[in-house]
Structures are given as C-alpha cells and as structure tokens.
Design a protein around this ligand. Sequence first.
Ligand code: NAD
Length: 370
Amino acid sequence: AAWEKQVRHSATPRRPSGFSVLVTGAAGFVGTHCSLALKKRGDGVLGLDNFNSYYDTSLKRSRQELLQKHQILVVEADINDAELLSKLFDIVPFSHILHLAAQAGVRYAMENPQSYVNSNIAGFVNLLEVAKAADPQPAIVWASSSSVYGLNTDNPFSEYHRTDQPASLYAATKKAGEEMAHTYNHIYGLSITGLRFFTVYGPWGRPDMAYFFFTKDILQGKTIHIYETHDGRAVARDFTYIDDIVKGCVGALDTAEKSTGSGGKKRAPAQLRIYNLGNTSPVSVGKLVAILESLLGIKAKKHVIKMPRNGDVPFTHANVSLAYKDFGYKPTTDLATGLRKFVKWYVGYYGIDSRVKKEIDNLANNHHPV
Ligand code: NAD
C-alpha cells in the first residue's frame, strides 16, 4: 500500500490537464533527461528500468538518485513483466508512455543477440499488449533509431527513405519495432509515435558511445582508435545534443492524438507517426576528437584504422522538416557547445587526477576557439 502511494504520488501531474507519463528506461541517458523535463513542467512521471549491466550500473543508480531528488520514482522491473505493468496501470491511468527502454549499441549485438530480441522485440510487444488492454489506452511515444536507414547512402535521410537494409541486429530490431507499432496502430487504434534519434550525446551520457570513451581515454593518456571507410573516407555522425532530443520527445508527446480504442469506432484511428530527431549537421569522428582535444587541452594519441567497424554505417544526416512542421522541432546546440557541457559534467562527475586537473583548470582561460 505504501508502494502504491509512492507510485501514485510520482505519477500524478501538478499542473491542470498535465500528463501522467510512464517512462521506461528512465534510469538510462535519454530517460533521465526526459523524466526531469516532464516533471519540471508539472507532468506526473513514473520511471521503470531493469538496471541491466550493459554498462556501469552505478551511473544508472546515480541518475536514479537525481530523479529521486525530483520526486520521480523509478520502479525496478523489466518491460517483459506483464503482471507488474498491468498492476501499474491499475494504480495509475497513464495518459502516455514514453518508451525508451531498449538494448542499445550496435556492436554488443554480435556478443549478445538475444538481449536485443528480448528487450526491443519481446519487451516492446509486451508493452504494446499492456497499453492495448489499458482503459483508457495511453498514447505511446517511443525511441526508434537513425540506424534503420542502414546501408542507405541517400543523405540527408527523410522518413520515407528506404529502411530495408539494416547494418546491425540492433537496427533490425528497431526496424521491427516500427512495423510492430504499425500493426498495433492499425488494428487496435493505439496512438503511437516513433522517433528516430540520431547519435545523442551530453551530460549523463552512455559510456559505450565514442564521445564518452574518447574523453575517458584521452584523459588517461590511452590511444584512441578512429575507424574510417575502406577507401579512407571519414565516418561522420549527425551528433544531436540531449536537450534538443528532449524537446523533440516532449513535442511528440504534446502532439500525440488520443488512442481510439479497438476498432476506432468513435473517431478515425490515430495514424502511426515516425519522425527523425537529429541535428542536421554531420561531423566527422576526426573533428569530434579535435574538439575534445581542444576542450581537454590534451593531444590525443590516435590510431587510425582504414576499415569500418562491423555494424557501423559511414554517414548519418537527418532531415528534420517533418518534426519541425508537426511540433516545431529545431535543434539549437552545435557539437562544440554540447561537448563543452558534456566535458564539464564528466570532469565533475568522475573527478580527475591532479595532472589532468591542471589542464582542465586552464579550460576557463582556454584560448583555442572551438
Ligand atoms: P540507455 O541504455 O542509457 O537507456 C536505456 C535504459 O533502458 C537503460 O537504463 C536500461 O537499463 C533500460 N532497459 C533496457 N532493457 C530493459 C528492459 N528489458 N526492461 C526495463 N528496462 C530496460 O540508452 P539511451 O541512450 O538512453 O537510449 C534510449 C532509447 O533511445 C533506446 O531505445 C535507444 O535504442 C534509443 N536510441 C538512442 C540513441 C543514442 O544515441 N543514445 C540513438 C538512437 C536511438
């Protein structure tokens, strides 16, 4: 009963006609930022996360502490747990689900393919089933990925571009998610919006991503590996700052239609919506490293490998005009500005040895423009 009270307290909105949002993957990078933003504007937020050990769980626990400080409860559970999910829906009539729980990362799929199937396919279906059975049915906004464009080289990518050539099992499961979402919208009138995030970075980010471990390795004086294409072309990413992604997620929630229920008899069923959320300005990995070197005041030891890594695609570039048209999505943070904020967070969170600390202290009077 005490637990139910906590659940209700966390999920109850504090503004008139505010949302009650179930955020899955709330102790993750994007989930933490979105939960805080929703709570801040007066929506009710209940988090859910299984705290898996894909990367440093203490970072997930620290994010949970941050959420707790803002009165956001994170229930420790798996999205495959139908019983628990139904129970949460019995306690709270969630208006929305922001579904961010997933097995992320393209390389790990070669080590542990089942974890992608379990979370991104089975877990997503489980969540869709619970949403279908709920009364009222929540509107769902969930994270797809730019990786669905796969081997497509038709940059910049628009939502209607082909997505039938995934380069990793991760991408394949995200693509499967889009098709499953389509059927749940079509048959059951569920309101569903998929967001194709393009390489998200920022404070509280993911240690398995390049900008994060490059920062760590440069600070520790370790050699970093930069992969290029076979013909020596640079790999480039449309790096997107977390605050821009959060604005996109909130915009998608705000413009989501209500679910219409099975058969959609009363009104036309909501359409499945799919949007790119990127930065529209790709930057090479070499340039990313140059910015980090400048911010840290340390020259990186680089090892360039003229070979793409398995699962990687060479180039991503988002066209975001659809998200702009429908909910005013407009990225505003360039990579140098965003990385400065990331580095500041990183140094504060992890602390650093005195030798490096001196270098960082010079950051304040850093004369290299970035
Ligand atoms: P993240 O790994 O930090 O967050 C995901 C969270 O979900 C983790 O805390 C994890 O513990 C949790 N989780 C995983 N499987 C679960 C399960 N079965 N049940 C309950 N919780 C589970 O990743 P992120 O970067 O915050 O990504 C959020 C979403 O955005 C994911 O769906 C990811 O695939 C997608 N995405 C991220 C990026 C990016 O660059 N960060 C790019 C494209 C798409």
